[in-house]
Design a protein around this ligand. Structure first.
Ligand code: ZN
Length: 54
C-alpha cells in the first residue's frame, strides 16, 4: 500500500495528459499500453505483413 501507482501520462488528442492509472507491469494505462508495448508493435507488424501477401 505504500507505493502509489504511477499514472499513464500519455499525451491525448486534446493535448492533455492521460490521467488514468498505469497498468501493473507497464508504464501506460490499459488504453495506451497497446499502442506502445513491444508486443503490440510486433504483432501489428506481422498483421501488416500478412495483409500485404494477399
Ligand atoms: Zn493512458
Amino acid at each position: 500500500m505504500a507505493r502509489t501507482q504511477s499514472r499513464c501520462g500519455a499525451p491525448t488528442q486534446k493535448g492533455t495528459r492521460c490521467r488514468r492509472l498505469a497498468m501493473k507491469d507497464a508504464s501506460r494505462c490499459d488504453r495506451h499500453r497497446g499502442d506502445w508495448s513491444k508486443y503490440t508493435v510486433a504483432r501489428r507488424k506481422e498483421q501488416e505483413k500478412a495483409a500485404r501477401r494477399r
